[in-house]
Design a protein around this ligand. Structure first.
Ligand SMILES: NC(=O)C1=CN([C@@H]2O[C@H](COP(=O)(O)OP(=O)(O)OC[C@H]3O[C@@H](n4cnc5c(N)ncnc54)[C@H](O)[C@@H]3O)[C@@H](O)[C@H]2O)C=CC1
Ligand SMILES: O=C(O)CCC(=O)C(=O)O
Length: 401
């Protein structure tokens, strides 16, 4: 590591902002990483549902990783503008959510919760009286079966596709709506799932609707008055995606009008939590040991690969880019996605007589990212000249291999 500036050889500091499963934290080799919740200027931040905004930015921050799927707790555009990738762990908690959706389908179909409450209230009865009362009264808790009913899945990504597969296994008909379905997600989808061309088409056909899409500005209140007016009377709605996707006021109206028979949600709100027909859980979708461990491991591995090699997999704001290390000295440069950037970068390297052994450049929306493997080490002047190019938002010299 001769010639490598001491400042850049120091340990990487990883700041955790939520409780992260230990098996994930143990992925960071102790000789190169320190992990703690107290760093003020970390190299990377690892979090779950903690709200993270631009105040976390500082010149040394290189990455943010969400051990989970949703990133609506993070002000992603602020990090993008500063050249900081925000990673998530798609699929790592999908099975946990799928299993809770199964529970919600059953809770929304059978008199399980009111039945349990009622049985608990029968304290004054002896065994014979209890038996007689139960047999006389159980009709109050009669439900319906899932087999043969239609489940509408909104969002057919990692969770939606698993939920669809599970519902098919229960003998349900499955229809789905996803206007931005990726090719990979389409491959994962069971062929029996009928794709709907619009949300109204899905609402009009489904007995149960389950939401598995991100909260974005475009999906805020997607399930509002208009969507409920298109629903089959007596529909059951499951929201294990995010608060904000469902307009709670509209859901309340739909419940009271009988259009919605039940609303099962992972996101309680004061307006809805005591309403008959509402089953609200405290954001338990991903709360299993297995899921927390999967997410923590995946987030840690992605951070390590980025911090040590500059590779990007599963960033929500940067392109995917992986370049095998072929020895040499690696630079990672992020820039605004505008013309003539690559030429300017290469020209600085050429002026410094630096031979490029290998390189890769990818862009995504407003940002572009480059990995450049050089035959000899770039010095601090080269880094300064690259950083000074108009449009460059980040320059990093990576640790040697
Ligand atoms: N309750 C919980 O604890 C958890 C909740 N989640 C939530 O579930 C969401 C989905 O998670 P994954 O399936 O892992 O993500 P994913 O990225 O694999 O799938 C999301 C799908 O939603 C689709 N989509 C985007 N906009 C849409 C729209 N307007 N209408 C229909 N579909 C649309 C996308 O094209 C994508 O296929 C997360 O964003 C998160 O908010 C995820 C994990 C745990
Ligand atoms: O970390 C958690 O428990 C929340 C999981 C979640 O909501 C997500 O992954 O989007």
């Amino acid at each position: 590591m001769a010639g490598w500036p001491a400042r850049e050889l120091r340990m990487f500091h990883i700041q955790t902002l939520n409780q992260i499963a230990v098996c994930g934290l143990e992925r960071f080799p102790r000789e190169r990483y320190e992990v703690a919740s107290e760093f003020s200027q970390p190299d990377a931040i690892l979090l779950r549902s903690h709200r993270l905004g631009a105040e976390a930015l500082h010149p040394g921050l290189k990455a943010v990783a969400r051990a989970g799927a949703g990133v609506n707790n993070i002000t992603v555009p602020a990090f993008t503008a500063a050249g900081v990738p925000v990673f998530n762990t798609p699929g790592a908690n999908a099975n946990a959510v799928k299993e809770l959706v199964l529970a919600a389908l059953l809770l929304g179909s059978r008199g399980i919760l009111p039945g349990i409450d009622w049985v608990r209230s029968l304290t004054a009865l002896d065994e014979q009286a209890m038996h007689a009362t139960i047999e006389a009264e159980k009709k109050r808790f009669r439900g319906q079966e899932l087999t043969g009913r239609t489940l509408g899945v909104v969002g057919l990504g990692a969770i939606g596709s698993r939920v669809a597969e599970m519902a098919l296994g229960l003998g349900m008909q499955v229809i789905g709506f996803d206007p931005a379905l990726s090719v990979d997600a389409a491959w994962r989808l069971p062929h029996q799932v009928r794709r709907m061309e619009s949300l109204p088409a899905l609402m009009a056909r489904a007995d149960y609707v389950t939401l598995h899409l991100p909260l974005l500005e475009s999906t805020r209140h997607l399930l509002g008055r208009e969507a409920f007016s298109q629903a089959r009377p007596g529909m059951r709605l499951l929201n294990f995606a995010r608060d904000g996707i469902v307009d709670d006021a509209a859901a309340l109206e739909a419940l009271r009008a009988g259009r919605l028979a039940a609303y099962l949600t992972d996101f309680p709100s004061p307006a809805l939590m005591r309403e008959p027909g509402v089953v609200a859980l405290p954001h338990l979708g991903a709360s299993t040991g297995e899921s927390e461990e999967n997410c923590a491991r995946m987030a840690a591995d992605q951070l390590i690969d980025f911090l040590e090699h500059g590779n990007i997999v599963n960033a929500v704001n940067f392109p995917t880019l992986v370049l095998e290390r072929s020895g040499g000295h690696r630079l990672a440069v992020s820039n605004r996605n505008v013309p003539k950037m690559l030429g300017q970068l290469l020209s600085v390297l050429a002026d410094a007589n630096l031979n490029v052994l290998d390189m890769l450049n990818r862009s995504r929306e407003d940002i572009a990212y480059n990995l450049l493997d050089l035959e000899t080490a770039p010095d601090a002047t080269v880094l300064t000249r690259l950083a000074a190019i108009e449009g460059v938002v980040g320059v990093r010299r990576l640790p040697p291999v």
